[in-house]
Design a protein around this ligand. Structure first.
Ligand code: LIP
Length: 277
């Protein structure tokens, strides 16, 4: 019997590798920086070129599949997750890092059916780390199995987060309030790689106990969410409910104990949903 999901996984890995080559070649050259939703929400020609490369290549192999891509949505395509097989693509997660040659940049490709992510591929292309996950079949980095940390003591934990690209003063105040609460628990430290996808892979790898952020988009977290789950981790909304990938809010943690403590310290707010009309 044909294993469609394995075909999807193989294709996602192959095209992510090809995209990674393009990104690596461009990392020192692409200096034409444009902005999107705010003065610090950056995009380059490489983001657009890589998204086209991925979509073209997938269309040739899976002509009936749908797409949600960061740059296509920025260009006016709808961001609606249906039950149809859908590729959820961030061509460069960590565009600001890419622009500044800060060395964490990922190609993130999730694949969903019935609104549930079934395959996740995150290629940290400057480190040459290929993170892969398939529902029910585990998570891997360059073929090696991943396992979240077994830490249950928040005081012995490292937490990853980001400041995002909104500079709305109220949102910034809430982001800092959450950060202060978490630092003061205290935790061993707070880190941020500058890409949601890689932060989630760090949770899956056991290097940090949790990652949370408000303001991310579905393409930043679709693939990473499955990598976390398949490495034994948990996902939650920042107010403790089930995660909703369109809500632009996420907590990804090694276990429920850590996730619930983080949730208590977060000052929540609700950015406009990805699927808002
Ligand atoms: C970015 C993230 C980053 C997050 C930003 C943004 P982009 O994605 O991964 O960690 O803080 O909100 O979404 O724009 O580089 O694809």
């Amino acid at each position: 019997m044909v294993d469609i999901l394995q075909n999807v996984m193989d294709h996602a890995v192959a095209v992510a590798r090809k995209a990674g080559e393009v990104v690596r070649d461009a990392v020192r050259d692409d200096r034409k920086v444009m902005t999107k939703s705010s003065a610090v929400d950056l995009v380059t020609q490489t983001d657009q070129k890589v998204e086209q490369l991925i979509i073209q290549s997938v269309k040739e192999k899976f002509p009936e599949h749908r797409f949600i891509g960061e740059e296509s949505v920025a260009a006016g395509e709808p961001c609606i997750l249906t039950d149809d097989p859908t590729w959820i693509i961030d061509p460069i997660d960590g565009t600001t890092n890419f622009v500044h040659t800060f060395p964490f940049v990922a190609i993130s490709i999730g694949f969903s059916i019935n609104k549930r992510v079934e395959v996740g591929v995150v290629y940290s292309c400057l480190e040459d780390k290929m993170f892969t996950a398939r529902r029910g079949k585990g998570a891997f980095c360059n073929g090696e199995p991943l396992q979240v940390s077994d830490q249950t003591d928040i005081h012995q934990s490292i937490i990853a987060t980001e400041f995002g690209s909104s500079r709305d003063p109220e949102a910034v105040d809430k982001i800092f309030c959450s950060l202060r609460n978490i630092l003061n628990l205290p935790v061993h430290g707070v880190r941020g790689a500058g890409t949601a996808a890689i932060n989630m892979c760090l949770v899956a790898s056991g290097c940090v106990e949790a990652y949370y952020e408000i303001g991310i988009h579905v393409w930043d977290v679709a693939a990473g969410s499955l990598v976390v789950l398949e490495a034994g981790g948990v996902l939650m909304d920042v107010e403790g409910a089930d995660v909703d990938l369109m809500s632009r809010r996420i907590v990804a943690a090694n276990n429920r104990t850590i996730a619930e403590i983080i949730v208590k310290e977060i000052t929540p707010f609700g950015p406009i949903r990805d699927d808002a009309p």
